[in-house]
Write a protein that binds this ligand. Structure first.
Ligand SMILES: [Zn+2]
Length: 125
């Protein structure tokens, strides 16, 4: 388990991790499902979000989540009855984490919109 206060160390190590990994060598990306936790700030408060994504097991590249029929998360999209009719909404972050963190690898990414890669070493256990 990674402590939050160890994360900056990971970020600093990033450059050496890149040279150690196969990231630069040519390969066909191989995507597996994962959960990615990332921070976002809303009205001055920082939240830890959990999202369903896929990552390349070779280089760590983050990609979109699998289509529902390929995903193990069968209840990601749910129908919600609202006053204006049926809506679709995705499973709340907390519930996603609770239900699936034992079934899927979990990565932490400081800024998911900037980084584009997970640190594969975070999940070496
Ligand atoms: Zn790759």
């Amino acid at each position: 388990m990674i402590q939050e206060n160890e994360i900056p160390k990971y970020l600093k190590q990033k450059e050496s991790n890149i040279s150690k990994s196969n990231r630069k060598s040519k390969h066909k990306h191989h995507y597996e499902e994962c959960l990615i936790q990332y921070r976002s700030t809303f009205i001055g408060k920082t939240h830890l979000n959990t999202g369903l994504y896929t990552y390349c097991t070779i280089c760590g590249k983050i990609n979109e989540q699998f289509k529902e029929n390929k995903s193990i998360v069968k209840d990601y999209i749910r129908e919600v009855n609202s006053p204006i009719g049926k809506c679709y909404s995705h499973i709340p972050d907390e519930e996603l984490y609770e239900k699936y963190h034992n079934k899927l690898p979990v990565f932490f990414v400081e800024d998911i919109f900037k980084e584009g890669y997970v640190d594969l070493e975070q999940n070496n256990n």
